[in-house]
Write a protein that binds this ligand. Structure first.
Ligand SMILES: [Fe+2]
Ligand SMILES: [Fe+2]
Length: 299
């Protein structure tokens, strides 16, 4: 069994690049984050395969333009590929390097490495995981928002990463790779507000069982990375409040429920539901606290 961590460290050390250790640590963290994403979303991806792809994704990072030229020649690739930015070449040509030097033949690994920088439309699960892990690994600064979102909605994270990258390139007047544009065109649908789960929550506690009233739904996506929506409702009695929480528990398997004598919080990860008894809703004034958060009207 090859230890790819050692292989990578040796390769980077040979580059004599001052950034080698930083990039090595980055690669280890991408591997760690890839495994986390697979577990967070229960994805059917071989962990070892994901780790290998993640450890080797930047393997070609410190090659020179001369090296890239050689790879293109050796593999009879169209020379136009060299017109890509240097920063993209380590990804596009990385698969040829790890195939030749390390004997990696697994096409899924090779493709995940190839698209880790640009993304592409309709990536396979391993490509998606590596793309997100590369951006959200723990050492990368200033990406807390997207990192948090990737924990509960990694497809939306892909769309946000692409949007961020494209905007950054535009602001720097740099060329945008067509693969990234196609990718954004494909993944932008995950930025669109999906009300189906909220409607199901409301149906469960209000329409089906009539346990709450005065429901308000807040769209907190611009206000916090930790959840998407807040629902506040009032129950006429303690019994009905507990029953509402119970129905939600059966229907959605919440991450957490906290209940007291006049308030219950149900955390569905993306949706936080607060149910109060009437007087306490007024008293605690959560609606007032959320006054700057846009409200959603459900029809
Ligand atoms: Fe990279
Ligand atoms: Fe990377």
């Amino acid at each position: 069994m090859i230890n790819y961590k050692e292989v990578l460290l040796k390769k980077f050390q040979e580059s004599n690049n001052p950034k080698a250790i930083k990039r090595y640590e980055h690669s280890l963290c991408v591997a760690k984050r890839a495994v986390e994403i697979i577990k967070e979303h229960n994805l059917n991806i071989d962990i070892k395969k994901a780790e290998t792809a993640a450890l080797l994704h930047d393997y070609a990072k410190f090659l020179t333009m001369d090296d890239f030229f050689e790879i293109v020649k050796e593999n009879n690739l169209p020379s136009e590929i060299l017109e890509n930015d240097y920063i993209i070449l380590h990804a596009l040509l990385g698969p040829y390097v790890i195939k030749k030097e390390l004997g990696i033949e697994d096409q899924e690994i090779l493709d995940a490495v190839k698209y880790h920088t640009t993304g592409k439309a309709n990536m396979d699960p391993l490509q998606e995981v590596l793309f997100v892990a590369d951006f959200t690994e723990e050492l990368r600064p200033n990406v807390e928002n997207i990192r948090e979102i990737s924990k509960r909605d990694y497809k939306r994270a892909i769309a946000l990463i692409l949007e961020y990258t494209i905007n950054l390139l535009i602001s720097r007047k740099r060329k945008i790779n067509p693969l990234s544009l196609e990718a954004f065109d494909y993944y932008r649908k995950y930025l669109v507000l999906d009300l189906s789960k909220i409607k199901k929550v409301v149906k469960t506690i209000e329409d089906d069982h009539n346990l709450v009233k005065d429901i308000k739904v807040y769209d907190a996506r611009q206000n916090t990375p930790y959840y998407d929506f807040v629902i506040i409702a009032t129950s006429p009695s303690l019994r009905q409040m507990k029953a509402a929480a119970n129905y939600l528990k059966m229907e959605f398997a919440p991450r957490m429920i906290e209940d007291g004598d006049f308030w219950v919080l149900i955390d569905l990860n993306d949706i936080i539901i607060h149910i109060f008894l009437e007087e306490q809703r007024e008293y605690y004034g959560l609606d007032k606290l959320l006054k700057d958060v846009p409200e959603i009207e459900l029809d």
